[in-house]
Design a protein around this ligand. Structure first.
Ligand code: GLA
Length: 703
């Protein structure tokens, strides 16, 4: 099973080990660390793969720098614990019995297993093992890191911080930090700022991933663009409180800490117990931000529960009727949707017991007797007879005070004694850390899903946390942040195992729960409640920095309806197409047009959902003109979308250069005369003449 890492060898192509040194190689990159003479596990190199193993810099010993800065403060330690005279951000902080609040790790042994490397560290006195686990994703140029802590003694210890990774950049303090910020209705804003000495933190304290920041980052030296330049990028796979802390030290060393948020966090690690962190992923490319995104897209797509299943074109009832669903209106909507070529009919909020608005009913997950007197079956039967699949909206983690569930179990929500229970959208949060809550949800929802032919669930979560207490729990209260998410995963995964036909969507009032972990459970994300076509251009661009188009639900809606139908479709077709609008208000001509674009989407969907994405012109930069292109993996087919909202300067020619073509091959592009070489399409200006709020979709073909 485990290879002997102390002998020189090449394990599974990607991991080279020699005495106290490890080289992790991917297709184009290398990530290198080793033990220095002082016994510290030191980062050595992260960048382009070098020809010889001897080319990589050694694990240097640092001298002390005056009496104020000892060597460990200066060293680029691979996984620094808080100890010694060290004031950088540590990756690990533990409290031991007797008031000892530092951790002193020493290398024990290493082992490899396939594409994984295990580095075993141990505290010099206390019975704590720390295992750093590295997984090489060679094809995507990405390294994955997790950490396992185990208490093999008979004394308790308290984890106060445990990051999944500290990623070291080549020496220097000249880095630009790119990240995503936002808010409800306005997610995935691309932010760029130069790092200065000190710590820049992005995080969630909201118990879910959050609309406000996303656990993704990229760093460059200020010169990278979409197509070229060195970019170091990464993401955390976790759906709860997280933290990314990018630090420039007082000695010009830049590093990024990624992991569980240590804010209000503590974990009692009892004798015999272990604690596993979420996975942090990071990669390096010289192909700019576009290259970084494509690598993550490939990795994320490969980890999806259904990586090879094309996503269906869906209709969702929400923006058409909001809570006013009933069997007749939904059958009528389904008939219209089927007539357009829609493949999946999703009934959103409003279908369950006494749910008429957002003041009541969350928790009572059975069909409303007034709206669905014979249950969901008559509607589902009709949807199936129309040739579509049926999907349903749920918000399992939530409860309204006005519900049978809350009346029966007021203690099942997160709360503190002596404090008011703060409501958000009139609802409280079930304490998913409790086994009885988990079991209740599993039983109730299993019954619902077992009794009905449902193949799609939109799993929503519509508020941020408050009063994150669990008064009945006798252990460490601050474990709640992690235990909640573990409970959520248990409920969701159990339902998923029991109902393998279902494809799940993660929604949290739009894009509040978009991360790599949820994308191992759910195949897609409801990216934003903002479905206005112009705003979506920017939101979708930001989302695409980290996540692939197959996960990006995109709906044509009536929001910003004055924007032409074609434009609204093109925006949604550049992701995973759906519709959420009142079709009864659409004219015959508009419905014909919808039918046409749905048919076109069926022709191009495999390129959009499984191809490589190129952001040709940015939407968020505000030029009023943006474009995105997708190419099939074999570069034989592609599609380019171009959008003009407004251009202040009407003389500005709308010129695009395509990307990702084979230079020598000949291609045609719809709307342009004749075939030209890939090189020509990529290196000369191709004019797309669009007026304000005009857009276009053009197929690219290798001939
Ligand atoms: C959230 C979702 C919407 C819709 C409503 C229903 O806001 O993001 O898409 O499902 O809840 O209440």
């Amino acid at each position: 099973m485990f290879g002997d890492a102390q002998s020189t060898g090449n394990n599974g192509m990607s991991i080279h080990t020699s005495e106290n040194n490890w080289i992790l190689e991917t297709r184009n990159t290398a990530y290198v660390f080793g033990i220095n003479a002082a016994g510290l596990l030191k980062h050595r190199y992260w960048g382009v793969r070098l020809p010889n193993q001897a080319d990589y810099p050694a694990a240097l010993n640092w001298p002390n720098w005056a009496s104020f800065n000892n060597a460990p403060h200066l060293a680029q330690e691979e996984y620094p614990g808080y100890n010694e005279m060290k004031f950088i951000e540590p990756a690990l902080k533990i409290s031991f019995p007797g008031g000892v609040r530092d951790v002193v790790l020493r290398f024990e042994r290493a082992a490899t297993e396939g594409e994984q490397l295990y580095i075993h560290l141990r505290d010099t006195y206390f019975h704590l093992n720390v295992t750093l686990i590295y997984t090489v994703h060679a094809a995507e140029d990405i390294i994955e890191r997790t950490v396992t802590l185990s208490n093999f003694g008979d004394q308790p210890m308290t984890i106060e911080r445990v990051f999944s990774a500290q990623w070291h950049l080549p020496y220097g303090d000249q880095y630009r930090f790119t990240h995503l910020s936002g808010r409800w209705f306005d997610e995935f804003k691309i932010q760029q700022e130069n790092l200065k000495p000190g710590v820049k933190v992005i995080e969630s304290r909201r118990i879910n991933t959050s609309h406000h920041a996303n656990p993704w980052f990229a760093l460059d030296r200020g010169g990278a663009d979409e197509d070229q330049g060195e970019v170091w990028f990464g993401a955390l796979s976790w759906s709860g409180n997280w933290k990314i802390a990018a630090e420039v030290t007082d000695f010009a060393s830049t590093r990024v800490n990624v992991g569980l948020n240590d804010w209000d966090f503590a974990w009692a690690l009892k004798p015999g117990e272990t604690f596993n962190t979420p996975s942090a992923f990071a990669g390096y490319t010289v192909e700019g931000f576009g290259g970084a995104s494509r690598r993550l897209h490939d990795l994320i797509r490969g980890r999806l529960p259904n990586p090879k299943t094309p996503h269906r074109i869906h209709y969702n009832s929400w923006e058409a009727v909001f809570f006013n669903v009933d069997v007749q209106s939904q059958i009528a909507a389904a008939e219209m949707a089927a007539g357009l070529g829609i493949e999946l009919f999703v009934m959103d909020d409003g279908w369950f017991h006494k749910r008429d608005d957002d003041h009541a009913a969350l928790g009572d997950w059975w069909p409303d007797e007034r709206k669905f007197p014979d249950g969901l079956k008559p509607l589902i039967d009709r949807v199936k007879a129309l040739g579509m699949d049926f999907g349903l909206w749920l918000e399992p983690e939530m409860v309204n005070k006005n519900s049978d569930l809350y009346r029966a179990h007021p203690d099942w929500v997160l709360h503190y004694p002596h404090r008011e229970r703060t409501e958000g959208r009139n609802q409280l949060i079930l304490n998913m850390a409790r086994q009885d809550v988990q079991d209740y949800l599993i039983e109730k929802l299993d019954g619902l899903l077992g009794a009905n032919d449902i193949t799609f669930i939109k799993w929503d979560m519509n508020r941020s946390v408050s009063e994150a207490g669990w008064p009945e729990y006798e252990g460490e209260q601050r474990e709640i942040w992690v235990r909640y998410v573990q409970g959520l995963y248990r409920v969701w995964n159990t339902l998923k195992e029991r109902h393998p036909k279902i494809l799940w969507q993660s929604c949290s009032g739009g894009g509040g729960r978009a991360d790599m972990d949820i994308l191992k459970i759910a195949d897609e994300i409801h990216v934003s409640d903002n479905t206005g076509a112009a705003a979506r251009l920017g939101i979708q661009e930001g989302f695409s920095m980290a996540y692939p188009a197959i996960t990006m639900e995109a709906q044509v809606s009536d929001m910003e309806a004055p924007i032409p139908v074609a434009f609204r479709f093109h925006v949604a077709m550049s992701g995973m197409l759906g519709m959420s609008c009142d079709l009864t208000k659409w004219s015959a001509a508009e419905l014909d047009e919808a039918r046409k674009w749905i048919a076109v989407y069926k022709e191009i969907r495999s390129i959009v959902q499984f191809g490589d994405q190129y952001r040709l012109r940015p939407a968020q930069a505000g030029s009023g003109y943006s474009a995105v292109q997708y190419m099939s993996k074999d570069k034989a087919e592609g599609v380019v979308f171009a959008f003009r909202t407004h251009i202040p300067d009407p003389a500005n020619p709308l010129a695009l250069r395509l990307r990702g073509l084979e230079a020598e091959a000949q291609y045609t592009v719809e709307g342009f005369e004749g075939a030209r070489s890939g090189q020509a399409w990529m290196h000369s200006d191709n004019l797309f003449m669009l007026k304000n709020f005009e857009s276009t979709v053009r197929k690219i073909k290798r001939v």
